[in-house]
Design a protein. Structure first.
Length: 258
């Protein structure tokens, strides 16, 4: 496998205070959106990628301001670099996974996933390649040794909690279904929602051992009623309220037809 030519992380500025970062050498299946929000008093980092290269070092210029890192849920593609940050936020239901070595799971090769999990990914519409990385972050990198480093959140969140950056505040929304600890962050003043994997414009996954379809339907009904302007998901491009309603309705209809 070749070594990555260029920076492991790419970034783009979304608006005056929001940046999106991602890992371009990671296959779409496991490439999550990493959102950075600059506030007056501190910054917020929503999800942290796979952790195969140091996010904190790669975006050192962004993290000059005091930064709190938040996990929208515990899955491996969203929490790889969470341990690199001093302030770490996560929902209560994710704490046992995040704090227990080896509990998160995850893999960088198709043949390392449990057969049932791989079948679920393929049935949902993902193409899972033999290697999830197109390149390695460094010559000595060993994908077979990949494991998310465990860490304990420094603040445990629940529905209705507030993450305050000084000049803007996000309400924590518990959005279970994809996973028991899935949360979103909603800024009512701007109509901005960071939704994690509760909803994004791509194949949604509800067949994991920790998924709950009934809870997912309730989450979709809750999101459908939210007066959002823009949704920044855990994967795929951002979208507006009309598309959110379409995605919620499509999921509810699909589940109802099973």
């Amino acid at each position: 496998m070749k070594v990555a030519a260029g920076d492991w992380f790419a970034r783009e500025r979304v608006d005056e205070v929001i940046w999106r970062l991602w890992e371009p050498f990671v296959d779409r299946f496991a490439r999550c959106n990493i959102w950075f929000v600059r506030g007056r008093d501190r910054a917020l980092l929503v999800d942290t990628g796979l952790g195969v290269a140091s996010l904190r070092e790669a975006a050192r210029d962004l993290f000059e301001q005091s930064t709190v890192a938040l996990a929208t849920h515990y899955h491996f593609d969203h929490t790889g670099s969470l341990h690199e940050f001093t302030e770490r936020l996560a929902h209560n239901a994710g704490v046992p996974y995040l704090a227990t070595p080896g509990a998160i799971g995850g893999a960088l090769r198709r043949d390392a996933f449990p057969p049932a999990a791989l079948e679920m990914y393929l049935a949902a519409g993902y193409e899972v390649p033999a290697d999830l990385l197109d390149a390695w972050p460094e010559p000595a990198f060993d994908p077979s040794a990949y494991e998310v480093q465990s860490c304990t959140p420094t603040r445990v969140l629940d529905d209705g909690d507030i993450v305050d950056l000084g000049d803007r505040a996000f309400e924590v929304m518990h959005l279970p279904g994809h996973s028991p600890d899935s949360i979103g962050l909603y800024d009512a003043a701007s109509g901005t929602l960071f939704s994690g994997d509760a909803v994004y414009d791509g194949p949604l996954l509800d067949g994991s051992r920790d998924s709950d379809v009934d809870a997912y339907v309730a989450t979709m009904e809750r999101l459908r009623a939210l007066p959002v302007e823009v949704v920044h998901g855990g994967h795929e491009p951002s979208f507006g309220r009309d598309r959110l309603v379409e995605l919620c309705d499509a999921y509810i209809a699909r589940v109802g037809s099973r």
